[in-house]
Design a protein around this ligand. Sequence first.
Ligand SMILES: [Zn+2]
Length: 376
Amino acid sequence: MSSAFNLGKLFGIQLRLHYTWFIIFIFITVSLSWLHFPSLYPDWAPVTYWVIGIVTSLLFFASVVAHELAHSLVARTNGIPIKSITLFIFGGVAQMTREATRPGAEFKMAAAGPACSLTIGGLFFLFWLFTPGIAEPIAVMVYWLFYINVALAIFNLIPGFPLDGGRVFRSILWKLTGDYQRSTRIATQVGQGVGYLFILGGILIAFLHPFGLDWFSGLWIAFIGWFLQNAASASYRQAQWRETLHRFTASQVMTSDCPVVPSNVTVGQLVQEYIFASGRRFFLVADEGKLEGILTLHNIKSVSQQNWDVTQVKEIMTPLNKLKVAHPDQDALSILEQMDENDINQMPVVSEDRVIGLIARDNLIRFLRIRSELGI
Ligand SMILES: [Zn+2]
């Protein structure tokens, strides 16, 4: 997710705020401080509404971070690195670099979030129960946090993928059938169904106002439904891509027409004779077929232009020992996962020290798109 600010690291995981988070933060704070608290507790001082509203809202988002952190830490103990946790308009999301490889691990990872929210809700409830003498605004805040954390856990347990409940559901299907792909298809289809139900329910609420709910709640529920439906169909497509990539090897998806330059060419020559001529941004550096490293425009920018004619490619390339390479019979899915984990966009395919091709992220996407256009 782009357009997000880095807030620092928690347990080695980058915490990020997407700009849409400010919308939901302001919305929750304002509806607590301006509508909810004043209508229920008219005697508080005006400043109390806002202080309690802001603190409640911040504690709520801290609870959301704890929920995502629970997923992330369980994922990490199961060997799945987590890059970042991002807070955005619909809550939080932990970015996993790959999916679980066993149903048991997926079950634990998915259940950890709602379990954490229930625990936090329970702690707020106990605090509310055993401190009867505290000031009313604090008691109200604590009670609201109990309620919202339990609601968060229940909402996330709805069995539509990609909600946590959908992941739990998939892990159970997966365990029972042993068929990961089919389980994913079923769970994402249920997820799409849940999305449509939310949209329909939201529209009905907006027009009929049952249980004292207003048109705004209806609109918001429909909006969440739209988001869930989109996320579920994206997960469905992604599951199909993964299935396809898993069936192919590096040598089947690589391109062999990758530009190769010798390591003793100067940067000036490279720019004039190769980059301007071909428009390429990525080169393999190889001497007599033996891969020495790779070079991108990024490497070139590290040299100032007056030194271009005295600097050789081998001085600025990313050398072989720092490079991730693929083997010809490695499956394409694991290559994509390695790219995600290492934040790289291309990997040379190497067989017995010789470069035989290149896999770039774009190749994989093109490969998938052409297959889907051909209907295969
Ligand atoms: Zn969750």
